[in-house]
Design a protein around this ligand. Structure first.
Ligand code: 9D3
Length: 384
């Protein structure tokens, strides 16, 4: 597969494409990367490659005539037509599917922009595809072009060699990788999970699959539709696979819980209950009524309750945004109510924030058996 790069900074490409797998692939002629200086195709005494934007505005625009001359020259170097890919923040965000599609072409001509961009007529008449590598601003298209070449080259037959196949990798099946360990088995009191040392390969495979699902749920829930049917059912039942509901571990969980509350409750006054000393007192006074949900060692939800012998009060229910609508809040509240009832509590109260931002919270409580008593208050009777 052939890559031609059009850039104002050809020097940027020395280095990243001259090491490791990509270096060997170039040496073995599996891929060919040719970098071309757009400036070589500028004409006139000052040889400008850019100019002021028509209509005014900030910065400079790359000239259509210079770019077109550079493209014409590069096309003439090989009979394979290839497609022209312009790296731009306005492009489609590069992902595994686009990488695989691009790898099916025998030749890619990559155009790197600098300045405020390139004249729209070049894009309209010469560019087949516009690609971004993510939603952050870089200084030019050179690093994105290298990222694209690296990612696409790995899908060219034989580039990865015999052992590795892009089909076996994470993203191919939509789950993140499991954790990896090597010797020493014990370092600094940090252990390797027992299952990996046991040699029971079925158990190891099961553990790894569970790890991958739990990690994906915790870190990249957007990837989860790749779950197997059984795992999907489990997710719907308990919210998130690998989720663990447990009492708060104080003070280890404190930073994570406070971060959750602050994100959920925003500028709302937490009373003094978010001061560590106050929290410690509350936890001591209400053992077992401060619950968290943990996924792959990360606290993703928390709720706290108190009981004064007459009424129970529920405080600060919060679920991390990426874990909402999975049944986590429902599971937390069910367990909390169960624990309160076991202490003889028959009536519960809670308060939501004032204003429209608490509409979703109010809807949740109404759907879970709570009765509105005023603008911010809800009550619930527990079964005798
Ligand atoms: C902040 C300047 N922007 C509006 C005035 C436009 C702009 C133009 C060119 C912003 C960045 C760049 C340089 N970046 C790329 O050419 C680029 C890029 C990126 O910045 N992020 C992610 N993917 C890509 S692909 C090409």
């Amino acid at each position: 597969m052939r890559f031609d790069v059009l850039t104002l900074f050809p020097d940027a490409f020395a280095g990243p494409l001259d090491v490791s797998i990509i270096k060997r692939a170039r040496q073995d002629n599996l891929i060919d990367v040719q970098v071309h200086d757009i400036r070589d195709h500028a004409t006139g005494r000052h040889r400008p490659v850019d100019d002021y934007p028509f209509g005014g505005g900030q910065g400079m625009v790359m000239r259509v005539d210079v770019l077109d001359a550079a493209l014409h020259h590069v096309r003439s170097l090989d009979e394979a037509a290839g497609i022209v890919v312009y790296l731009t923040p306005q492009g489609q965000r590069l992902d595994d599917a686009i990488v695989r599609e691009l790898a099916t072409h025998p030749r890619l001509i990559l155009v790197c922009g600098r300045y405020e961009g390139v004249d729209e007529r070049f894009i309209e008449h010469r560019v087949d595809r516009q690609v971004s590598i993510g939603d952050y601003i870089l200084t030019g298209g050179e690093l994105p072009a290298m990222v694209l070449i690296d990612a696409v080259a790995r899908h060219v037959p034989d580039v990865l060699g015999d052992e590795a196949s892009p089909e076996d990798e994470s993203f191919a099946d939509g789950l993140l990788e499991h954790a990896q360990y090597t010797r020493p088995a014990e370092y600094n009191g940090w252990d390797v999970p027992d299952v990996l040392l046991g040699g029971d390969h079925a158990s190891i495979e099961r553990w790894r699959r569970e790890q991958r699902v739990a990690r994906t749920a915790a870190r990249r829930p957007d990837l989860l539709p790749a779950l197997r049917d059984g795992e999907k059912a489990a997710l719907q039942k308990i919210g998130v696979p690998g989720a663990r509901l447990r009492g708060v571990d104080y003070p280890a969980d404190l930073p994570a819980v406070l971060a959750l509350w602050r994100a959920e409750l925003g500028s709302v006054d937490l009373g003094r209950s978010d001061a560590p000393a106050e929290l410690a007192k509350l936890i001591e006074r209400n053992p077992g009524l401060f619950l968290v949900v943990e996924v792959a060692h990360e606290v993703v939800a928390a709720v706290m309750a108190g009981f004064d012998g007459r009424r129970g009060y529920v405080y600060h229910l919060a679920v991390a945004p990426q874990h909402r609508r999975k049944g986590i809040a429902r599971a937390l509240m069910a367990e909390l109510e169960h624990r309160l009832r076991a202490r003889g509590c028959l009536r519960l109260n809670l308060f939501v924030r004032a204003g429209p931002e608490s509409a979703a919270a109010s809807a949740f409580y109404e759907a879970h058996g709570w009765t509105r008593i005023d603008a911010q208050g809800f009550a619930k009777a527990l079964d005798r």
